[in-house]
Write a new protein. Structure first.
Lengths: 316, 154
């Protein structure tokens, strides 16, 4: 083999070149994995899905607060309320938009629709629940109601309450024409709230303090949950709300209903007072609910939906 | 004197053959090795991509559920168009029958390449219905069409 001379190791050379090419191919293949492995380290929250959901919740809270504020300030007519709400929503949208723009998201809200209603209220805590003249102990507050929210009663004097079964205990009677839902407030040794719904089921809750708040629409008595207290359970809409034996209870109450035609005019509403500050029961225009159109946009995400803002319907 | 019964030609041919066998053995081994590595790379990449898609699908599902299934939602996801130099396809199938998850639906996102044939499956559970679609790998969009979620080419 020695006389072959300098031509040595041809095949070895070929093998080495072949191996080199294979290693380079391997390197190219592995290179592509680098990008994907880097992708794997990025959080999937980059899209912003959770921010969009929290924005939704923020809108419900924020606009709920605006609706409540509007219902108690500059609320002479429904037109005033709508214009105040519209201004408030625009300002909220701008302020929130600036805040979210700092984290790279574009947001906007606008009012889709407003559901007008009426607020019925009595502020004088030493008064009974009769109508403004004091003549009617059994009277109808409002008819043709589809929804009620923020119905709260505060009992300030338990000595006026009658005992259960006496026949003249105070009662909130809600009827749709054929069925009734009743809430009685009585006092034996403690103040008791009894509820009888349309299908005959009955529940009694006891108040833990002497001047309890009964939140009828939220289902709580003196701050504690009263299971079975479901407002107008089993009734069909529309329904009417009446008080019976309204002279056997003392305190304040308030409710907001969807019937917007309860005008603030003693001529058409003999049961209510014209003067809001007299302490006697009065009615005033209110916003029941509003539907807000929401848009949230970030570089990778677009989210558009509408949400119904009804403060106080199912909460405290 | 040491070259008795030895043929130079035979010696030459033998060396050649043995060297060729060794070299081709190395080549075949390396080719297998590279092929193996490529398949592992593809599998790992598809897994990452699949989980990314699943995460974004779940994000859209959460937004739609929070909005009580009204309105519209879209997430755009940037994905590499090739894995290890190969194209891949993304396929969504409904495998809810295999589980008894109440109210939730189970879907399988299948990512496949043809040469080498690799398939990776990633499961995702959603509360909104997900349409069974097939798209080519690359940038995609996950859209809520008003009634169901859909994975589309973006």
């Amino acid at each position: 083999m020695a006389d072959v001379g300098d031509d040595r190791g041809q095949l070895l050379l070929l093998a080495a070149v072949g191996l080199a090419i294979m290693f380079v191919t391997l390197a190219l293949v592995m290179n592509t994995v680098i990008y994907t492995e880097n992708l794997a380290t990025r959080s999937s929250k980059v899209a912003g899905g959770s921010e969009a959901t929290s924005y939704l919740a923020a809108v419900e809270d924020g606009i709920g607060g605006i609706v409540e504020y509007a219902n108690y300030h500059n609320n002479t007519t429904h037109a005033d309320l709508q214009s105040n709400l519209s201004d408030g929503v625009d300002e909220w949208s701008d302020a929130a938009g600036t805040l979210y723009a700092q984290s790279g998201a574009g947001t906007n809200i606008s009012i889709q629709s407003i559901n007008n209603g009426t607020r019925i209220e009595q502020d004088d805590a030493s008064r009974n629940f009769t109508n403004t003249t004091g003549n009617a102990t059994d009277w109808t507050l409002v008819t043709n109601v589809n929804e009620t929210r923020k119905f709260r009663i505060n009992i300030t004097d338990e000595t006026v309450l009658k005992s259960a079964g006496s026949g003249d205990e105070f009662e909130v009677n809600i009827t749709d024409g054929s069925d009734h839902w009743r809430l009685n407030i009585t006092h034996d040794t403690e103040t008791n709230i009894s509820v009888r719904n349309a299908s005959g089921g009955e529940v009694t809750c006891t108040a833990s303090n002497t001047e309890p708040w009964v939140n009828v629409t939220a289902g709580t008595v003196a701050g504690e949950e009263c299971t079975g207290l479901n407002f107008a359970q089993g009734l069909t809409t529309p329904y009417s709300i009446e008080f019976r034996n309204a002279d056997n209870v003392t305190g304040t109450y308030e409710l907001i209903v969807t019937n917007a035609s309860l005008a603030k005019n003693a001529g058409t509403n003999p049961h209510f007072s014209d003067d809001d500050s007299s302490g006697q029961p009065y009615v005033t225009p209110a916003i029941y609910s509003t539907r807000i159109d929401i848009t949230y946009q970030s570089p990778r995400l677009y989210f558009n939906t509408s949400v119904r803002v009804v403060p106080g319907e199912d909460d405290g | 004197m040491d070259d008795r019964a030895v043929s130079a030609t035979l010696g030459y041919a033998l060396s050649l053959t043995i060297a060729t066998l060794l070299v081709s053995g190395i080549f075949i081994g390396m080719a297998d090795y590279v092929g193996d590595q490529r398949e592992r790379a593809i599998r790992s990449e598809l897994k990452v991509i699949g989980n990314r898609i699943a995460a974004d699908v779940a994000a859209v599902d959460r937004m739609v559920t929070a909005a009580n299934e009204t309105g519209s939602a879209t997430i755009s996801t940037e994905l590499p168009a090739f894995v290890a130099g190969r194209q891949y396809t993304i396929n969504v199938t409904d495998i809810s029958d295999e589980t008894n998850a109440a109210g939730n639906q189970l879907y399988s996102i299948n990512l496949t390449t043809t040469d080498p044939a690799v398939e990776v499956k990633v499961r995702v559970k959603t509360q909104t219905t997900l349409a069974e679609t097939t798209v080519t790998g690359g940038d995609i969009e996950i859209v809520y069409t008003g009634s169901e979620l859909e994975v589309r080419s973006g």
